[in-house]
Design a protein around this ligand. Structure first.
Ligand code: FAD
Length: 409
């Protein structure tokens, strides 16, 4: 397997844990005071930069919260804790409105069709993705994203705002540009982050990137000219809310194999339920995060992360089988293991969930169960993600109270 290109983020749990322990002392007042400052690549020391690890759960939210709250009081770490729960909130919100993801993907297909047929749009889109718009700050962030696979949260907000309101490009193309390059690219946080900037998420409320704000929070590195001075909200259909899918139950009497995927690469909670699996394979859908090619550094990150988990857990995973992209290949593997049950981490809305739905149809045909196990953290948080974050936020103390030691991950 190839070496990760974005060497800022080695795709191992050891690297994630080292990063976490370096950050923990700063997760209290320092973070609250400085988290909005973006000093550029190599200078992101006021935020955790844990998102690529949390996104793929080489490190879990519960572990990060436990580590931070082991050092700071909930009051001192309130801001950081809230940010971690934004991730859970967005995931729970999208899980209850899967049509929003489908609308994004069909809007993206339509926008990519327009790129093919409209030369002006094609040029503007290529300039934006290539960091050649002439807006220095924007061009810098486009390059930073392409080279590093990471952008500071404030830069993401400014970038999305300029993309939508100054360059007037379809927001779905910008969200896709992020998904192709971000090491933490996530259907929920990314789609809903872009919708939030565009005024589609909190209806009528947009985010406008302002030159003075950019100057203040980039340490004076940029004060871009020619930015839009108004941000009129985009319009789009509401999505119906559905009930959260029910949680799977392992049948301990059935011969069982495990299937891991890149939404959750901490298999301890599966191994607890399936102490002696017949074997383990991996579903890899990283190339499905976009209809276009995803960046090589992203593919390497995910494949390196899978190697890391396979290496660390090899004694508990039974016979290991290489990652597979095709559902048919997975169905064949499942059949060949002799398993009557495949246990896998719950995959939230996105490419893995879609592939698991297709796999389940194959397996059912062969009389094999597919059990998707959801983590306690998600099951506790997601039902509260029904309205805005401010309502959700009130539940955080109770959610933290339920953490009480994290157990195996
Ligand atoms: C337009 C846009 C697109 C985004 N796309 C993504 C994405 O694809 N994947 C992604 O993980 N985040 C996304 N975010 C959210 C946020 O920018 C990143 O999670 C954060 O910048 C990651 O850096 P960090 O780990 O240093 O964050 P820290 O500030 O150290 O925060 C700690 C953790 O809290 C979570 N978090 C922090 N801010 C947010 C937020 N606003 N929403 C959700 N979770 C948050 C992340 O898990 C993060 O690792 C997006 C935000 C915007 C505005």
């Amino acid at each position: 397997m190839t070496q990760s290109i974005a060497t800022d983020f080695p795709a191992t749990r050891t690297a994630a844990l080292e990063r976490l322990s370096r950050f923990v002392p700063h997760a209290g007042a320092d973070y609250a005071r400085m988290r909005n400052h973006d000093f550029g690549a190599g200078g992101h020391r006021h935020v955790s930069t844990l998102s690529p690890y949390l996104r793929h759960r080489l490190l879990t939210e519960a572990e990060v919260l436990e580590a931070v709250l082991g050092r700071h009081s909930p009051q001192a770490a309130e801001k950081f804790v809230q940010e971690v729960y934004w991730r859970s909130y967005w995931k729970g919100w999208l899980e209850q409105r899967p049509a929003v993801w489908e609308m994004y993907r069909s809007g993206l297909t339509a926008a990519l069709d327009q790129v093919q047929t409209q030369s002006g749009l094609r040029r503007a889109w290529a300039d934006a993705c290539g960091g050649q718009t002439g807006i220095d700050a924007f061009d810098h962030w486009a390059q930073e994203l392409r080279q590093r696979g990471y952008l500071h949260n404030h830069a993401r907000m400014w970038f999305a705002s300029i993309w939508i309101f100054t360059l007037r490009l379809p927001w779905e193309l910008g969200a896709d540009f992020f998904m192709r390059h971000l090491l933490d690219g996530d259907p929920a946080s990314n789609t809903l982050g872009w919708r939030w900037v565009a005024g589609l998420q909190t209806r009528g409320k947009t985010y406008l990137a302002r030159p003075d704000n950019i100057e203040t929070y980039t340490g004076g590195r940029f004060r871009p000219k020619g930015l839009a001075t108004v941000a009129i909200p985009l319009d789009g259909p509401e999505a119906p809310r559905i009930a959260l899918p029910s949680v799977g139950q392992v049948d301990r009497d059935l011969p069982t194999a495990l299937l891991l995927h890149d939404d959750d690469l901490s298999p301890g909670y599966l191994c607890d339920q399936v102490p002696a699996p017949l074997g383990t394979s991996f579903l890899s859908t990283v190339t499905e995060r976009s209809p276009l090619h995803v960046a090589p550094h992203l593919e390497s990150f995910v494949s390196d992360a899978m190697v890391d988990v396979a290496t660390r857990w090899k004694d508990r995973l039974g016979e290991l089988s290489p990652p597979k992209q095709q559902v048919e290949a997975l169905a064949l593997w499942a059949h060949e293991t002799g398993a009557r049950q495949i246990v896998t981490p719950y995959a939230p809305v996105g490419p893995n969930a879609r592939a698991l739905d297709a796999l389940e149809r194959h397996l059912t045909h062969d009389g094999i169960r597919l059990v998707r196990l959801r983590r306690a953290h998600d099951s506790a948080a997601w039902p509260h993600a029904t309205h805005g974050f401010f309502k959700f936020k009130d539940k955080i103390p109770a959610l933290l109270g339920a953490l009480k030691g994290i157990g195996p991950v």
